[in-house]
Structures are given as C-alpha cells and as structure tokens.
Design a protein around this ligand. Structure first.
Ligand code: FES
Length: 88
C-alpha cells in the first residue's frame, strides 16, 4: 500500500548488494537495484526494444540491457550508452 510516496515491494534481504529485482507497482514494471546497500528504482523496460533490464547485468550503478547492451544509471535513470550492434 502506498504511504508517504513509498510502496513496499519486498524485504531488504531479498535483494542482496549488487543484485536487482523485477517488481510491479500499480501495473508498472520496475527494476529495484541494491547498490552498496542503497536501493534505487527505475523503469524495468529498455527504451530501445522493451527488454527487461532486470534480466541484464548490474555493475556498480550501471545496468546493461541483455538485448543490445544499452547502459543505464540506476541512480539517475539516465541512459549512459546507446545500443550496440555487431555487423559481420
Ligand atoms: S532492447 Fe535494450 S538495447 Fe536493445
């Protein structure tokens, strides 16, 4: 339940340091990341082709999309790197 703009999405010990979790809040898909004991929430959908970012990799505060490698800062939600395509 929403209270003071906070929504409980789980217990702290369910998301260890350096890990992410996919949750849904009011029909919105959200990625919750634990970075050095602090929790951040951003959209769990990549703006490129809609991949679940929580299925990617988290390094520090940077999540890498599992599809084409876009990178996002989980602290700010900003895109850090565009998709990458290999051409043979
Ligand atoms: S779907 Fe995320 S980079 Fe393409």
């Amino acid at each position: 339940m929403a209270q003071n703009n906070f929504v409980e999405v789980g217990k702290v010990n369910e998301i260890p340091d350096g890990k992410m979790k996919h949750v849904e809040v009011d029909g919105k898909e959200v990625l919750v990341a634990n970075v050095d004991g602090k929790f951040y929430a951003i959209s769990d959908r990549c703006g490129h082709m809609n991949a679940l970012l929580s299925m990617g990799n988290l390094t520090g505060n940077t999540v890498t999309c599992p599809f084409h490698g876009s990178k996002f800062d989980v602290v700010t939600g900003k895109k850090l790197k565009n998709p990458c395509f290999l051409i043979n």
